[in-house]
Design a protein around this ligand. Structure first.
Ligand code: FES
Length: 152
């Protein structure tokens, strides 16, 4: 992806008109993650049917514009997907779907990826399931960010 220095139209659209804001009552899985450094918090709700398909996804984000846009796009991307496919919705996939993010805002997309993972983890625990490749959620993504920076 080429270097992006400002917000794309898609980011602005998802920030100004976020999709799927709210809560799901009796959600199959709920995940909350935060970044202690910036103080932003994201909560993701997933409704998953008996076939393991994500029927609905909603979010609440207390954070920056990029965090709102990435959570909005993340909920759009996981809807209709199997649990395994939802696990594959990485922060990179979210960023690409938004036509990129400025470098300083990449960590915001990581919050979206981790929120999906945390909600999937909650779903798996409630249903005594194992989802291949799913790691236990982290409360503060700032810890994983250092790892992510090294990987780039
Ligand atoms: Fe913290 Fe965007 S500045 S998530």
């Amino acid at each position: 992806m080429s270097q992006v220095t400002e917000y794309s139209q898609k980011v602005m659209d998802h920030f100004m008109n976020p999709r799927n804001v709210g809560e799901i009552e009796n959600a199959s899985g709920v995940g909350t993650v935060g970044n202690a450094k910036c103080g932003d918090i994201m909560r993701m709700y997933l409704d998953i049917d008996e076939q393991g398909i994500v029927r609905d996804a909603k979010f609440k984000t207390f954070g920056c514009g990029a965090a709102v846009a990435t959570s909005s796009m993340a909920t759009e991307l996981v809807r209709g997907k199997t649990v395994q496919e939802a696990l594959g919705v990485t922060n990179r996939a979210v960023m690409e779907a938004l036509d990129g993010l400025p470098k300083v805002k990449i960590h915001c997309s990581l919050l979206a990826e981790e929120a999906i993972h945390a909600a999937l983890w909650d779903y798996a625990e409630k249903n005594h399931l194992t989802i291949d490749g799913l790691k236990p959620p982290v409360n503060d993504i700032d810890e994983t960010e250092a790892f992510y920076e090294m990987e780039k």
